[in-house]
Design a protein around this ligand. Structure first.
Ligand SMILES: O=P(O)(O)OC[C@H]1O[C@H](O[C@H]2O[C@H](CO)[C@@H](O)[C@H](O)[C@H]2O)[C@H](O)[C@@H](O)[C@@H]1O
Length: 256
């Protein structure tokens, strides 16, 4: 087996592709970097006919035991998936829509507006830095201004500490969120409800925020699938990228 050396002390072994799904599986899917390739800006991700068809077929085959668990808002997931998936956790679980169609949303931290303002001021004279306001959280994007990574991290850390917000670093982003949720807790909440209750969870994700859900899936007898380059992870299996994810999901939709 090929071993990739990341530094002198750590070796990261590439993960095998996922095996056949367990009996009565429940599938949890991340959006960016998993169901959709990464683009320069959040708005660059749009609906895709193949993805919408595959999700619809899987939903049917899994008797509804399919959910998108994302850092994006539910409104964004509905836009991108063309409303194909009823069960969605948005903003890392701060909002969640169950199979009954009800949306449960935590109350926003009272300082969110102030923090949003501070981030907008930071972005003002930094071309390429973008602010995404999600109400319960705000994302500082620097994919188009990678030289701002350190300054963005330092500001986000300081604001999180000063206002008592949760800091979630991601792929060329720093997110400041209302405390009280993560993707692991979102997965756990779905697993307490129909049609997920009693099923075996499989979580597919690429980012650090997905690690919470990999751990939650493993704790319930399931497993995680890491998408992208190998790294230290709680996931047991791996896939190369969104294209490989779509091929895998298509196979599952035919087989499940
Ligand atoms: O949990 P996810 O569904 O993976 O969402 C995580 C964040 O994804 C989005 O940002 C990422 O994707 C953008 C589009 O490809 C990219 O430009 C950015 O650099 C990535 O970090 C989204 O905009 C965020 O709100 C999500 O939290």
């Amino acid at each position: 087996m090929r071993i990739m050396l990341t530094d002198a002390a750590h070796a990261v072994t590439p993960l095998s592709p996922p095996p056949a799904l367990p009996q009565r599986p429940a599938l949890f899917l991340d959006m960016d970097g998993v169901l959709a390739p990464i683009t320069a800006t959040p708005e660059g991700v749009g609906p895709d006919g193949r993805r919408t068809r595959v999700l619809g077929r899987l939903l049917e085959r899994l008797d509804g035991r399919l959910a998108v668990v994302s850092g994006r808002t539910i409104a964004e997931i509905d836009r991108i998936c063309e409303g194909a998936v009823p069960c969605v956790a948005g903003i890392h679980g701060l909002e969640r829509r169950g199979a009954d169609g009800q949306v449960r949303r935590l109350a926003p931290h009272p300082d969110m507006a102030q923090v949003h303002e501070a981030l907008v001021a930071f972005a003002r004279d930094r071309p390429g830095v973008l602010i995404e306001d999600k109400g319960l959280g705000v994302t500082l994007h620097y994919r188009q201004a990678p030289d701002q990574a350190d300054a963005a991290r330092d500001l986000a850390r300081a604001l999180a500490e000063r206002h008592g917000l949760t800091l979630q670093p991601g792929d060329m982003v720093q997110e400041l969120k209302t405390p009280g949720a993560d993707k692991g807790r979102a997965l756990a909440a779905f697993m307490e409800e129909a049609p997920f209750k009693g099923a075996v969870p499989v979580m597919t994700g690429d980012d650090l925020t997905d690690e919470f859900a990999f751990t939650a899936a493993a704790g319930r007898g399931g497993f995680g699938v890491l998408v992208g380059p190998p790294r230290e992870t709680a996931a047991l299996y791996g896939l190369n990228g969104p294209e490989a994810v779509m091929d895998w999901l298509e196979t599952l939709a035919e087989r499940a």
